[in-house]
Design a protein around this ligand. Structure first.
Ligand code: FAD
Length: 288
């Protein structure tokens, strides 16, 4: 089995303690030589400044290729393009371009009166600058705003045609969910790489809540498995096995890139990545 290329998602810290956690996460995972790491943009555009600072700090201190997430929420077109320009000035060359979700309190996305109305418009405007490699989100399970079962594929095609060069998926728990989506994309003429988003299960209860918010279906076998593992104190072992098995199945079916949602907790992601045969670029005793 060939080791995959990997990448990691972090979120910007909102407290001093969270800053230490992010820092530790980057420190543990940077030696795994990721292709890129990405930093999220808080729902409703709430972490605009923090995302910018975290992107800059990771880039400066670790020399990693950092992709900044950017959404259309709560900003005019001019403001959004200003944020992108500030990234370009920092030497950031990759953006994960998203529509974003509704801000807290609102139940659906509404475009700012002078803002980008969709991810497709944002991608097109960023592509026009010629300054960025653009990645977009993709949904192997139906997004709540999708008009029908095929809408996420056609919408992804529009984003690629507008200038995105790859997509990162929402997380899922069954490899077949990804394969079905990948096949449908190929059939629709999408040739850009579709990178599976992998969520290592740090806590089963937390993961279920997260899955309900994102529309990821939760297999009964996992619910039963984690309930049994909890009784026996084997949750960490099951989490490692589940994630490694999922990744292995994806790699066996030709997947060459994996994007890990780290939730700023490095240990499980590090262990999965090691189990997949990726050797850290430092002496082992320093990262053990
Ligand atoms: P889009 O492709 O714009 O929309 C999702 C689906 O909705 C489409 O497939 C289509 O079926 C339908 N749809 C949307 N717009 C239209 C339209 N105009 N006409 C018809 N159908 C439409 N959110 C954040 O706030 N910050 C982040 O940092 C962040 N990072 C993310 C990273 C990844 C890899 C992913 C997968 C999601 C991330 N999200 C983030 C969540 C994302 O913002 C939400 O899922 C949002 O609802 C959709 O944004 P999008 O650009 O991915 O999807």
């Amino acid at each position: 089995m060939t080791a995959p290329r990997i990448s990691f998602e972090f979120f910007p810290p909102q407290s001093l303690e969270a800053s230490f956690r992010l820092w530790e996460t980057v420190q543990v995972l940077a030696p795994m030589s990721p292709e890129f790491v990405s930093v999220t943009y808080g729902a409703g555009g709430t972490t605009r400044k923090l995302t910018h600072e975290a992107v800059g700090a990771i880039k400066r201190n670790y020399g990693l290729n950092v992709a900044a997430h950017l959404t259309c929420v709560d900003a005019s077109r001019a403001e959004t393009l200003e944020i992108a320009e500030a990234y370009a000035e920092q030497g950031v060359t990759e953006i994960v371009a998203l529509r974003g979700d509704a801000p807290k309190g609102a139940d659906r996305f509404t475009a700012h009166k002078d803002g980008f109305a969709s991810s497709e418009e944002l991608v097109a405007a960023l592509a026009k600058t010629g300054k960025f490699k653009l990645r977009v989100g993709a949904y192997p399970e139906r997004h709540p705003d999708a008009a029908d079962d095929f809408a996420d594929v056609t919408w992804l095609k529009r984003k690629i045609d507008a200038g995105a060069s790859s997509a990162i998926t929402q997380f899922f728990f069954e490899a077949d969910t990804f394969f079905r989506f990948r096949d449908a994309c190929v059939k629709a003429g999408i040739t850009a790489p579709i990178i599976p988003g992998i969520l290592p299960i740090q806590s089963w209860e937390g993961t279920k809540k997260f899955a309900a918010r994102c529309g990821a279906s939760v297999p009964l076998r996992l619910d039963e498995g984690f309930a049994a593992a909890k009784r026996d104190g084997r949750e960490a072992l099951l989490a490692l096995t589940q994630c490694t098995t999922l990744c292995t199945r994806l790699i066996e079916e030709g997947v060459e890139d994996l994007h890990f949602y780290t939730l700023n907790r490095p240990e499980l992601t590090r262990d999965v990545v090691r189990a997949l045969g990726i050797v850290p670029d430092v002496a082992l005793e320093k990262v053990a």
